[in-house]
Design a protein around this ligand. Sequence first.
Ligand code: 13P
Length: 252
Amino acid sequence: MTGRPYIVGNWKMNGTRAMLSEARAIDRAAARHPGVDVGIVPPFTLISAMVEAAQDMAVGGQDCHAKPSGAFTGDVSAPLLADTGAVFTIVGHSERRALHGESNAEVQAKANAALEAGLGVILCVGETEAERDSGQAEAVVGAQLDGSLPTGEDAAARLSVAYEPVWAIGTGRVPSVDDVGAMHRAIRAKLSAVYGEAGAAVRVLYGGSVNAGNAAELLAADEVGGALVGGASLTAESFATIISAAAALAEA
Ligand code: 13P
């Protein structure tokens, strides 16, 4: 575990008001582990209600538009997110890149817009299975970082990077701890090359089929500063176990 752990739950397109009780239970788990930064990313529709329910966890958005306002039906800008009480946003999730055709340049514009609006940013990167099988994983992730890392002054200060291999998302398959460590070291080297000393403070999260059973092992890999959790963040029972695993490693 590198630094103060950051454990973030991405609820994706799940979560109605009925699930606010689950969010409150996750918030209580966050309160029990003050050494861990906990974030929850509900769908846009639930952000305001979750901000009201949350005392010990940060609430974020899943994406934002690169423009602050305008005629963009269905989109949500970074200032609108900030207005709901969200304090950070994910950008460049592989589901956005694949299903909405988002390029590195668009993702970078979104990251810059989020920072401009005062939000923290979690920038997602990750290779497909074919790219890993052909030995291209580090090159692909390196190119994603080159193309989509935010560029503003002080960008590194409110940035986290999430390494999410596409083939590990929602599949129950995870890379070996050695492969996670190798990729996270490569990401750290890139962050230092781009941001200099400030790059050392950027937290690098692992995401992709993290669950209550494998969290401790994955969080212990080299240069892993936390986790971005999908399915296992939807219930307080499993997500709280991941939060305590991070707390135990941070205290060790
Ligand atoms: P799963 O944890 O469900 O594999 O999702 C990972 C993810 O995409 C988080 O952003």
